[in-house]
Design a protein. Structure first.
Length: 135
């Protein structure tokens, strides 16, 4: 099964936050999103290898996006609660945790998507592509 089929919900969780960030910061470029995805990849790869991740300098806006995406990744890994403004009963949310290896597959898919859509449609090609799927 393809990554985009098997982990569609995880991809959507992440990309919804990217779109939210893009709506707040319309000057965001695909390059910034790619840097954040790359930082996530570096961090989770280092975790698998039992090493400290290397520091990747991010702009303030990139750091903000990174924090948002790291929270949803940790939630999907089953290691953190995801805070929301809406009130809900936690037992109503039944999400299976994925492994770090699976998260890396998702992040690598996102990175390849950014590269594809940027090459095809320019500096905000990926952002303008995913925004049409996030309501």
């Amino acid at each position: 099964m393809k990554v985009e089929e098997e982990y569609q919900d995880v991809l959507q969780n992440i990309e919804a936050l990217v779109v939210q960030h893009y709506n707040e910061y319309p000057e965001t470029t695909d390059y910034s999103v790619e840097r954040v995805y790359e930082t996530l990849k570096v961090n989770y790869t280092a975790e698998l290898r039992g090493r400290e991740p290397r520091e990747i300098p991010l702009s303030p806006e990139e750091k903000e996006l990174f924090t948002m995406l790291e929270q949803i990744c940790e939630f999907r890994l089953g290691r953190a609660a995801f805070e929301t403004e809406e009130e809900f009963d936690e037992k109503d949310i039944r999400i299976s945790a994925i492994t770090v290896e699976e998260m890396l597959l998702v992040i690598k898919k996102l990175l390849s998507s950014v590269k594809f859509w940027t090459k095809r449609n320019g500096r905000q090609g990926y952002l303008n592509y995913i925004i049409q799927f996030i309501i």
